[in-house]
Design a protein around this ligand. Structure first.
Ligand code: FES
Ligand code: FES
Length: 165
């Protein structure tokens, strides 16, 4: 067992966990943050994507003990109170989900790609979104509305960033 201590959705989280505990299991079973889904446990589906220190990672590929002091954000932490994150709102508006199983990972990956492209001054168009989504599998939607949602959210998020400057 190892004692771990990190920040999850802005709150301190510590626990004694077996050394082989995956971040996905710590979040879901240790903290009851079940919005992070586990579809494959083998780094293929992307349902488990969260942010660690601001970057998207597949939480089934990371050991919790390796994240001492890290800032972790899950799907439960992206809204501001009752206001959905623009990426969540865009998925709702563009019907970017059906069963919803892949959706937390899609949204966390979408936010990450918008932030990365924005920081690098690159255009996140539909082709780039499709390329970026290669690590996220959806069995229901055919991806079309997911791409539309991320494209729409990208515009809204960059507008918010400019307004904050
Ligand atoms: Fe992590 Fe599928 S559960 S990639
Ligand atoms: Fe069902 Fe994507 S909405 S897997």
């Amino acid at each position: 067992m190892t004692q771990i201590s990190m920040t999850v959705n802005g709150k301190a989280a510590s626990a004694d966990v077996p050394d082989n505990t995956l971040l996905s299991d710590f979040l879901r079973e240790g903290l009851r943050l079940t919005g992070t889904h586990v579809g494959c446990d083998t780094s293929q589906c992307g349902a488990c994507v969260v942010h660690v220190d601001g970057r998207a990672v597949k939480s089934c590929t990371v050991l919790a003990v390796s994240l001492a002091g890290a800032e972790v954000t899950t799907i439960e932490g992206v809204a501001h109170g009752k206001d959905l994150h623009p990426m969540q709102a865009a998925f709702k508006e563009h019907h970017g989900l059906q069963c919803g199983f892949c959706t937390p990972g899609m949204i966390m990956s979408g936010i990450d790609m918008v932030n990365r492209y924005g920081a690098e001054g690159k255009t996140l168009d539909a082709a780039a979104i499709r390329h970026e989504l290669e690590g996220n599998i959806c069995r229901c939607t055919g991806y079309h509305n997911i791409v539309k949602a991320i494209e729409d959210a990208a515009g809204k998020m960059s507008g918010m960033a400019q307004a904050a400057e």
